[in-house]
Design a protein around this ligand. Structure first.
Ligand SMILES: *Cc1c(COP(=O)(O)O)cnc(C)c1O
Length: 386
């Protein structure tokens, strides 16, 4: 892009009210943020579902790392801290898979798996509401991509029947969809996967540590096996950052040998690995302690909103979308809440289609009832004033 075109593109965004800026926020606790002016907010747009970033054990595990702050290189060339291999073993155990591979982010995990597994002659069948990292993974793979209507199994089957494929078929979906918090229809996907000999990839970024009896994600939620590749992140429920793939030993070894996002990027640090490992161990040791509160808070907040007639879709996850429709109204509602000390997200195009803008509110295990009541009251007041 020429410089003058960058300038006019920015001006256009500004005029449309779509120019976004990074907002600094220091999280003092899992639910309280402070901006640079010292203004305090109750935060309802963090993915720190279990409050692990502030858990004492997690912070102590990070502080206890003694051997260097950086990894010094990619894992195949320089090796890496013991913490990362330990973490891979624990993730595989948690996900009931043979092995796991850590990537630097969940975004890179999706790029890495689709790039490495889906090649020329293959076809990736992808849900239209899949996360951007899956969309980009489809783009950088050499496979063809067929996009099916959101969670529409008839549409997926129609494409499986009609899109020519000489090679391998892949079906890829978010486990919990990040915009609406709805859960993919895994039982039906598993049937189609079997009928058409496809490889099923489920991205559990918002599902691991969130759904399933012990927080193991979408497969556990439906009490079933049959997912070939589970993608996840360490940046949401596990209070750190990094991404992972949990799968068979062959798939993991293949990724370590062929996946460019794995091979050509310096590994996450031991500090990050140790934090994620501590969070995972906390959850494994006492899932009910964390997930019980998350479920309770999710139900509490969903009830508060539905009782008063705010338009939310029923659901089981802590991602609660409040339908608004108009983009400017969604933005104005979020801004009005922000002025009153409540942070939530206005989700608008291009993240969602025009006319379906919404407010997204994310509940964590750490919110108190008072915080939820306050947020709901403020949101309802501004939502009603429309
Ligand atoms: C957040 C998210 C990612 C990206 O994970 P990061 O670790 O933040 O890069 C990937 N997929 C889905 C579905 C997500 O919600």
């Amino acid at each position: 892009m020429k410089p003058e075109n960058i300038f006019s593109a920015l001006s256009a965004l500004r005029q449309e009210g779509r120019l976004r800026q990074v907002q600094d926020l220091r999280m003092e606790t899992a639910s309280l943020g402070v901006d640079r002016e010292g203004k305090r907010y109750i935060v309802f747009n963090s993915n720190d579902y279990l409050g692990m970033t502030h858990a004492k054990e997690v912070q102590e595990a990070a502080k206890a790392v003694r051997f260097g702050t950086g990894s010094g290189g990619a894992r195949l060339t320089s090796g890496a801290a013991f913490e990362l291999s330990n973490l891979e073993k624990e993730i595989a155990d948690f996900k009931h898979t043979e092995d796991a591979v850590i990537f630097n982010t969940g975004y890179m995990a999706n790029l890495g798996v689709l790039y490495a597994l889906a090649g020329k002659g293959d076809v990736i069948f992808s849900d239209e509401l899949n996360h951007a990292s899956i969309v980009d993974g489809c783009r950088i793979s050499k496979a063809e991509t067929a996009v099916y209507r959101h969670s529409d199994m008839a549409d997926l089957e129609r494409l499986l029947q009609t899109v020519p494929c000489e090679g391998q078929r892949f079906i890829v979906t978010d486990g919990v969809f990040s915009m609406d918090g709805d859960i993919c229809p895994l039982p039906a996907l598993a049937v189609l996967k079997k009928d058409y000999g496809a490889c099923l990839i489920v991205d559990d970024a918002h599902a691991s540590g969130v759904i399933g009896r012990t927080g193991r994600g979408t497969a556990e939620y439906f009490r079933m096996a049959g997912v070939d590749v589970q993608v996840g992140t360490l940046s949401k429920a596990f209070g750190a950052e990094g991404g992972y793939i949990a799968a068979s030993r062959e798939i993991c070894d293949y990724l370590r040998n062929t996946s460019r996002p794995f091979i050509f990027s310096t590994a996450i640090s031991a500090v990050t690995g140790a934090a994620a490992l501590a969070a995972l161990r906390l959850l494994k040791a006492d899932p009910e302690k964390y997930l019980g509160r998350l479920r309770e808070n999710t139900a509490y907040m969903r009830n508060l909103l539905t009782e008063t007639g705010v338009g939310i879709a029923a659901g089981d996850t802590p991602i609660i979308p409040v339908a608004v429709g108009d983009e400017k109204e969604a933005l104005a509602t979020a801004e009005a809440c922000r002025k009153e000390g409540i942070l939530l997200s206005a989700i608008r195009p291009p993240s969602v289609p025009v006319g379906t803008s919404r407010i997204r509110l994310t509940v964590t295990a750490m919110h108190t009832k008072e915080e939820m009541k306050k947020a709901a009251a403020i949101l309802i007041r501004h939502w009603r004033s429309k």
